[in-house]
Design a protein around this ligand. Structure first.
Ligand SMILES: [Zn+2]
Ligand SMILES: [Zn+2]
Length: 245
C-alpha cells in the first residue's frame, strides 16, 4: 500500500505517516548517494547524510554544517556507532531540545541501516536484542509458519525469536503474557513479568502494507492503550518516539 492510500484509510494518522514518508525518502536517497559517490573517508559519508537530510527536509545545508564539526570534535565514530550521534552536545536558540533529539535520531537512521549487510540472517535469540546494532525491538511479524521475526527499528534487520516470549526478560510462560488486539488484528503482547510490550502482526498485514514500520505507525493507538496501562515500549518507533501519548 502506498503512503497516500494509508493516509486516506487512516486520516487521523496523517502527520506521523507523512513524516515517516519523508524519513523513508531520506534513507533511500542516502543509500543511493552512498552507492553513487566514491567515498574517500568516513566524514564524506556523514556529509552525504547531512546533505541529503538538508534536501529532503528543506533545511539549508549551511545551517547544518555545524553538525559535522560537532562530530569531528566529539572524537566519536557515528559510522560504527550511530547512537553516538544522539548525545552530541548541541545548543540551539531556534530548536527545542525535542526537535534536536528528533533531528539527530533521523540523521542517525541511514547510518544504522548501513551497518546491515544484505541477506544477513542472525537471530534475536541470544539476548533478545538486535544482533547487528544491539538495540531492543518492539515489533515482530508472525509468519504463515507461525514463526516470529523480530524487526529492529534502527538498522531494520529482521531475525527470528521464540514464538511465545518476551524479548526483554525472556519470560516464556504464556499465562504471563496478555494480548490486546486492534480492529485490524494487529496485537500487542504485554509481559506481566517485566511490563514490556511488543507488537506483532501477521504476514497478511505485511502483504497488505509491505512495510513493517508503516504497520507500527498505523497501530499507534495500540501503543497509547498499552502505555496507559503502564506497559513500556523498550525501543523507539521509526519516528524516534518511545513514549506515545
Ligand atoms: Zn538493529
Ligand atoms: Zn518481559
Amino acid at each position: 500500500m502506498k503512503i497516500e492510500e494509508v493516509i486516506k484509510e487512516k486520516p487521523h494518522l496523517q502527520s506521523p505517516i507523512e513524516l515517516y514518508g519523508r524519513i523513508r525518502t531520506f534513507i533511500d536517497q542516502c543509500k543511493r548517494e552512498k552507492d553513487r559517490v566514491k567515498l574517500d573517508s568516513d566524514i564524506s559519508l556523514i556529509d552525504i547524510v547531512i546533505k541529503t537530510f538538508s534536501s529532503v527536509f528543506h533545511i539549508p545545508y549551511e545551517s547544518l554544517t555545524f553538525l559535522k564539526d560537532e562530530i569531528l570534535k566529539s572524537g566519536k565514530d557515528p559510522i560504527k556507532e550511530p547512537t553516538t550521534l544522539w548525545s552530541l552536545p548541541i545548543q540551539s536558540e531556534e530548536l527545542s531540545k525535542e526537535e534536536i533529539e528528533r533531528m539527530l535520531f533521523i540523521i542517525s537512521k541511514p547510518l544504522f541501516v548501513f551497518l546491515r549487510r544484505e541477506g544477513q540472517q542472525a537471530s534475536f535469540m541470544e539476548n533478545g536484542k538486535c544482533p547487528i546494532c544491539g538495540t531492543d525491538s518492539s515489533l515482530s511479524m508472525i509468519t504463515e509458519n507461525n514463526e516470529r521475526i523480530m524487526i529492529c527499528p534502527l538498522c531494520e534487520h529482521g531475525g527470528s525469536f521464540f514464538r511465545i516470549g518476551c524479548s526483554y526478560c525472556f519470560n516464556k510462560d504464556s499465562s504471563k503474557i496478555e494480548i490486546l488486539l486492534d480492529d485490524e488484528d494487529i496485537r500487542v503482547e504485554l509481559c506481566l513479568e517485566c511490563n514490556t510490550y511488543i507488537k506483532s502482526f501477521k504476514e497478511t498485514h505485511y502483504i497488505k502494507y509491505k512495510d513493517p514500520f508503516l504497520i507500527d505507525l498505523v497501530s499507534l493507538p495500540l501503543d497509547i492503550i498499552a502505555q496507559r496501562k503502564g506497559y513500556i515500549r523498550r525501543s523507539p518507533n521509526i519516528l524516534g518516539l518511545r513514549i506515545i501519548e
